[in-house]
Each structure stands twice: as C-alpha cells, then as structure tokens.
Design a protein around this ligand. Structure first.
Ligand code: HPA
Length: 273
C-alpha cells in the first residue's frame, strides 16, 4: 500500500462527494491574486478544513479553500491559499492539493506566486513568466515509492512549463499591452529570506527570480501529465540588491499594487489556453 496515494485518493473522494464540478483549468493563487475569485462565476467552495487529512496553511491571512466556477465560461478550479514546505509539511502534502485538481480532471495548471527579483534588470511590480526552474534546493515531491497511477518513476523535466501555454501567455500579455518578463525561478525552502551571498550564488546559477513555492507543484503536475504554466509577481528585489532589509508586509503591499494587471492577465490566459 502506498500511503501517499492512499491519502490522496481519500481526500479526492471527499472533494468529489462535496462537488461534482469538472474543471478544465486549475489556478493556484499566490500573493497579489488573493481576490481573484471576484473574476469568477463561483458555483461552489470547499474549505480545506472540511477535507480530512488535508494540509491547512498556518500562515496568518492565508485563507484556504477550493473554489469551483467559470472564468469567461471556462470551468476552473481555483486554489485560494496554498501550503508551503516551510510550514513543516512533507513535500507530498504540499503537492496534494495540486494532484487533487489533476484528479478532478483539470488538464492545465496555472501557478502564480510572489517572488524576489534576482535579475537586476527587474523592478518590483514586474510580472515574470516562468520558462524553467531550479529545484535543487528543495526536496523533490516525487521522492518515495513512485505512484505509478499518476506517472513514471523518472519523469522528464525538459519542458515543465508547456511551450504552447507559454506562447499563449506571451500573446495574452501582448493583447493587453502588459509587459511581461521571462526567466528562471528558483524555489528555496524559506521561511527566511535569502542572504545576499545566496542571491549572488543563485544569479550565478542562472536564476532570475526566487520564491518559496511553485516548483514542487509544477513538478508534481508535470509528473501526472498536466500542462503547466506559471507567472511570478516580482514584489521586491532579492536580498543584497538594494540596501534595505526584506519584509513580508512590503511584499504583500507590492503585490497589491499590481493585482489589477495580474488579474487581467490571468483571466486572458484562462480564456485562451
Ligand atoms: N525571496 C524568497 N521568496 C520571496 C521573495 C524573496 O525575496 N519575495 C517574495 N517571495
């Protein structure tokens, strides 16, 4: 018996019993998109706390629920609130909600997050489409007995961020007149921000943005054959670039400032992918 798969199936059964909605697209909301549900014709909601065994966020202000409904007519499941590795959950729990959305039928996954700009040409408030990632600094969510029902033991990670979906994001940004950066996102464990020396190292390794989420979810989704794309909101320059300390409140405030353009971009992406 595979305990991870067992728990996943139990949670998926609870969700299916509470909602028979069949999503095509799944969206994970990061900072800055917390109010995205207002762009959606919501048909039902399930708080994570009603799903026995489900990881529940311990971060103040991180609401946790699935919302099911339509964005411009597209059946969508939205994750309002995610859990992070730094909260102490195992990686298999961190990616459990993503896997459930895949099991509900979502073929496409849009991940969003707040991130620090490692590329010095970026500015706070920029949006960055993730073209590739570095997962080396966090535990892979695929460690442990492989769940053959989901995917293969040694999955290819050459194109985690689906090239066709990336093209659609470029087209959506172009249509809206929104400038979009592109680059490599690196997931660190958090909860502390990085040191200036770590940021220098990450830049030397080819990273453009740094955060505490997303990569593990993208890997789990790619493993099970979902088409993945992702957009970061650059909320701050990473440590050591500017002569000022990093602060969670500033990250949230910066994310709030760009939420309109971020929401519009995501709606356009959901409508066209
Ligand atoms: N580092 C890590 N995670 C983050 C940052 C950062 O600078 N900004 C927002 N999330």
């Amino acid at each position: 018996m595979n305990q991870v798969y067992d728990k996943l199936m139990k949670c998926a059964e609870i969700v299916k019993a509470k909602s028979n909605f069949e999503p095509e697209t799944a969206l994970v909301l990061g900072s800055g998109l917390g109010e995205y549900a207002k762009n959606m014709d919501v048909k039902s909601e399930i708080p994570y706390s009603e799903i026995d065994g489900f990881p529940v966020s311990t971060v103040a202000g991180h609401d946790g629920r699935f919302l099911f409904g339509y964005v411009n007519g597209v059946p969508t499941v939205l994750m309002k609130g995610r859990v992070h590795f730094y909260e102490g959950y195992d990686m298999t729990d961190v990616v459990l909600p993503t896997r459930i959305m895949g099991l509900l039928g979502a073929k496409k996954l849009i991940l969003t997050n707040a991130a620090g700009g490692v590329n010095t040409s970026f500015k706070p408030g920029d949006l960055m489409m993730i073209t590739d990632h570095i997962s080396t600094f966090v535990k892979s969510p695929l460690i442990g007995k492989n769940i053959d029902e989901l995917g293969v033991r040694f999955p290819d990670m050459s194109h985690v961020y689906d090239p066709e979906l990336c093209d659609k994001i470029r087209a959506a940004a172009d249509k809206l007149g929104t400038k979009i950066r592109e680059g490599v996102y690196v997931q660190c464990t958090g909860p502390n921000y990085e040191t200036p020396a770590e940021i220098k190292m990450l830049r030397n390794l080819g990273a453009d943005a740094v955060g505490m989420s997303t990569v593990c979810e993208a890997m789990a989704a790619a493993h099970m054959g979902m088409k993945v794309c992702a957009v970061s909101c650059i909320t701050n320059m990473a440590a050591g670039i500017l002569d000022k300390p990093l602060d969670h409140k500033e990250v949230q405030e910066a994310a709030d400032l760009v939420k309109d353009k971020f929401e519009k971009l995501i709606t356009e992406v959901i409508s066209t992918i």
